[in-house]
Ligand binder design. Sequence first.
Ligand code: DLL
Length: 447
Amino acid sequence: MTSTALKATAAHPSTLDPEETFSRERIEELQLERLRHTVAYAYENVDLYRRKFDGAGVHPTDLRELGDLAKFPYTTKEDLRQTYPFGMFAVPQNQVARIHASSGTTGRPTVVGYTAGDIDRWATLVARSLRASGVKAGDKVHNAYGYGLFTGGLGAHYGADKLGCTVIPISGGQTERQVQLIQDFEPDAILSTPTYLLTILDAMVAAGIDPRSTSLKTAVLGAEPWTQEMRQELEQRMGFDACDIYGLSEVMGPGVAGECVETKDGSHIWEDHFRPEIIDPFTDRVMDDCEHGELVFTSLTKEALPIIRYRTHDLTRLLPGTARPGMRRMDRITGRSDDMIILRGVNLFPTQIEEIALRIPALSPHFQLELTRPEGQRMDRLTVKIEPREGVSAHDAEQAASRLSEQIKIHIGSSCAVTVVESGSLARSSGKLRRIYDLRPKPPQTD
Ligand code: DLL
């Protein structure tokens, strides 16, 4: 499914950062130089890296070419948790200009830090991502990413600021107010999660506003997986362009990669600052470009929290650069390996359900997945709860539900129940939307 530019236009070449125009060879030269520095810097300044490298029998001087990175051990969320809160910082606290943290719904939150230089580079990369997606200096930017310890709000804010935009720091939530301010302030761009944009669109329609009539020209969406079908849904309803922005707090925050509006073919990874790898999550083998696996990142310029071979759990593949030929792209993320549902031996992700559901005209993008284990049974059961589109009859909705169940069986190979629920009854997003509800009995605690 292709999507074309609707309102936003590509960045003028004269506005690009010089690195965005580098050849692949030149990017790789820069990566090697920066990688050698980062690995030595991490070894000298962070105990955990010194212990891990020593334990694996590798030394920073073993890094002679880019492929040598594979000799170094991975870093995981668990490493950050075990050194909570600041044990992986490579600079003294008085040089840490900012702290962010993950929400920590399970276990301790992961804490990340930035020097003033890190914040400046982060702002540059978010500015680069926004510009790639069609945002321009002087544009008004409605920033609906949550402000606070989450990196989305402030990360996007600093980037829009650096690009020279007028920033409207509305944060997430208070949806009616968002709709009002979009009408009154006439922003050119909106930054939000894709599912929160859906919530805003529904609120516009409820207020009698045609989403296609607003001043908005582009949406820069990320922080959760979304599909081409969701892009189509949003673009058709809004009449403006929707581009992807990717990132994670452990590696920086938003702006690790960003999508170019002229191609809309996946986010280009800003490889002058990050070295990506794809690995097989089960065997840890480094895979070739175009092969699917888990994304791993090494930072090349970070000072407060250098990160070596961080396992993101995000599943995707690396593709050659297009609009920025020196930098590789990442394909859309199918999901996180820790969000994968294994149903009777078949792997399944919420994005696969989104893809299939949105191809059925009577069904809306509002769905959730419930995992249960009926009493006395050893098999898990998956129920897709989904709302029909407005105005669809009960009969048509039931037919659409059977079709969804059939299509899931054909395309994914799993049997599941599909239940049509009343419009507006499922939880709406104000940031990252929770799609999976695991209602299976918890195994007894062992400690
Ligand atoms: O979500 C950073 C961010 C904020 C990115 C705003 C883009 C926009 P975390 O809270 O640490 O950071 O969550 C990171 O979110 O590992 C992915 O699983 C998921 N994620 C982020 N961007 C995308 C995207 C922010 N564009 C985790 N597509 C990552 C799919 C995404 N998943």
